[in-house]
Design a binder for this molecule. Structure first.
Ligand code: ADP
Ligand code: MG
Length: 511
């Protein structure tokens, strides 16, 4: 593969990513052992094929192939019409066959790109070199010597992960800083979740990010690159880039030389450290896998897969902006948290039914887009802050609150039929019991009082009890009005409508 250098000055960072993602499939890549990343019992999901017994034959998992192609299409790649698997030969105890079935010469997907808007304004295009399909290795666990055991430290091997379908994405070295690395990795992770290709959970090892980084030479050509592995989060990947840029720069400035090596990331010290140098290139003796047939795809096959592409994160952002006019931060929350965004969409469609003003859309009393935008924003706020609060506290994504009930509550808040503290109490109860706002407001007597007669009496009492602020207000001190409204609110136990109270006070004090 050839990279076309941009015009670069000396010492500029050149960064490329390699990202592995475990595919979400029912069974493994070449056998029918279950692909269950949550299986805790070691060596439970294994069979003669994924443990490399002689004489066994692999069978290609079609669903895995489909998911890699879907990923390639989401990232604007061209999909190979003809491709095949190859053996990558090396020895390691987590690789029972002594080779990994992978793709080398002809990846399923090539030459794509992903556009990023890291600060929501500047568009950056990161080119994708390739995405190929392979199988994962097992897991090794290194343990200290048991007391009294002369054999010393030991290792355990778990083959549950051996043979799990794994997709590797390689980018061109188009990054120049940690922030963009983070933006890319997050967007890729989100895309994988949206299309159902992978759960892409880094903590569970379902997505693994490796960073390649160098600084340009004096003539602008690429310098020697360092590879950073064992990054346990996207934040760590970004931080390692920013650290490594400085380390290499200082090394070169002090007359040193960057050596080709693999470095690890120390999360406590926030530093990279040398793990092993790459003196000689590995010879993996790649050759075509003789036990598997080559793959062939007609254009219609690829079109069929393309037609199953769901809405992608960026399309969703644009739609949410157009359809609901929400602020960027809200849109981002509803894009990153798909289920929360879906809930918002249900509530939004119910709002149109619940809010009488919105019902007359297009009619004489058309509320106008401004009214609609305000109530949608209010709904978004209550979902993002209040509903999320209860969802997080309860540790469950589920909620008993139907979108209808939620919309009903939002309309009541919007039309000041309930105070915000009252609304919070109602929401809490709704979350617990799933009851409708109407029921709860009645039961708990939480409705906001707008009835002037009742409020009149309250205001009378407040005026009598606070002669000084009343005098001050009459002399033109507006702050005293706020005080009086506050007192009246308290008197009404938070149920008075502050606007109605203000009107009554102004009227009674002759203004
Ligand atoms: P290797 O053979 O060491 O695996 P590759 O050519 O396959 O190297 O590239 C692996 C990754 O390294 C890619 O993401 C690529 O963009 C990036 N890369 C290649 N050359 C450089 C360089 N000089 N500096 C930084 N990253 C690079
Ligand atoms: Mg490589």
């Amino acid at each position: 593969m050839k990279y076309q250098p941009f015009d670069k000055a000396q010492g500029e960072p050149v960064i490329g990513l390699e990202i592995h993602a475990a595919l979400k499939t029912k069974t493994k890549m070449f056998c029918d052992s279950l692909n269950d990343p949550d299986e805790k019992r070691a060596n439970w999901n294994v069979c003669p094929i994924c443990t490399g017994h002689p004489g066994t034959l692999p069978v290609i998992n079609e669903e895995a192939v489909r998911k890699v192609i879907l990923t390639g299409l989401a990232l604007n790649c061209s999909i190979a019409h003809d491709t095949f698997f190859e053996r990558k030969n090396y020895f390691y105890p987590d690789l029972p066959k002594g080779y990994q079935i992978s793709q080398y010469q002809k990846p399923l997907c090539q030459e794509g790109y992903l556009q990023l808007t890291p600060d929501n304004q500047q568009l950056k295009k990161i080119r994708i070199t390739r995405i190929h399909l392979e199988e994962d290795a097992g897991r090794l666990q290194h343990l200290p010597a048991q007391a009294g055991d002369p054999a010393g430290d030991f290792s355990l091997v778990d083959y549950n992960r051996a043979g799990v379908p794994l997709m590797e994405l390689v980018t061109e070295p188009d990054f120049t800083n940690g922030k963009d690395v983070r933006a890319f990795a997050e967007e890729y992770q989100l895309i994988l979740k949206y299309i159902g290709a992978s759960d892409a959970d880094m903590e569970k090892g379902l997505m693994r990010v490796e960073v390649n980084i160098s600084l340009t030479n004096a003539d602008g050509s690429y310098g020697t690159k360092v590879e950073i592995k064992n990054l346990n989060s996207i934040a760590a990947a970004a931080a390692s880039v920013d650290y490594e840029m400085v380390r290499q720069k200082e090394l070169i400035e002090n007359g040193g030389k960057v050596i080709a090596e693999t470095r690890g990331w120390d999360e406590n010290k926030k530093q990279t450290f040398s793990q092993r140098t790459k003196e000689e290139a590995h010879d993996y003796r790649y050759f075509p896998e003789p036990d598997l047939p080559p793959l062939h795809f007609e254009s219609t096959d690829i079109e069929n897969i393309k037609s199953t592409l769901p809405e992608l994160p960026q399309q969703r952002r644009e739609r949410f902006k157009k359809q609901y006019g929400l602020p960027l931060a809200d849109i981002e929350t509803f894009t990153a948290n798909e289920s929360l965004g879906n809930y918002f969409e249900h509530v939004a469609s119910e709002l149109l039914l619940f809010d009488p003003a919105l019902m007359h859309k297009g009619g004489a009393s058309k509320p106008g887009p401004e009214h609609e935008a305000r109530i949608l924003k209010l709904a978004a706020n209550y979902i993002i802050t209040e509903l999320q609060k209860h969802r997080i506290a309860s540790g469950s994504e589920d909620t008993k609150i139907t979108p209808e009930s939620f919309a009903d509550l939002v309309v009541r808040i919007f039309h000041k039929q309930i105070s915000s503290s009252g609304a919070q109490a109602v929401l809490e109860e709704m979350f617990k019991t799933g009851a409708s706002p109407e029921q709860i407001i009645k039961e708990k007597n939480l409705g906001q009082v707008s009835d002037s007669n009742a409020l009149d009496l309250i205001v009378e009492a407040v005026i009598l009890a606070n002669p000084k602020p009343v005098e001050d207000y009459k002399k033109g001190k507006e702050a005293s009005l706020k005080f009086l409204i506050g007192m009246a609110m308290r008197e009404s136990k938070g149920k008075g409508n502050p606007q109605v109270l203000e009107e009554i006070i102004r009227r009674k004090l002759g203004n």
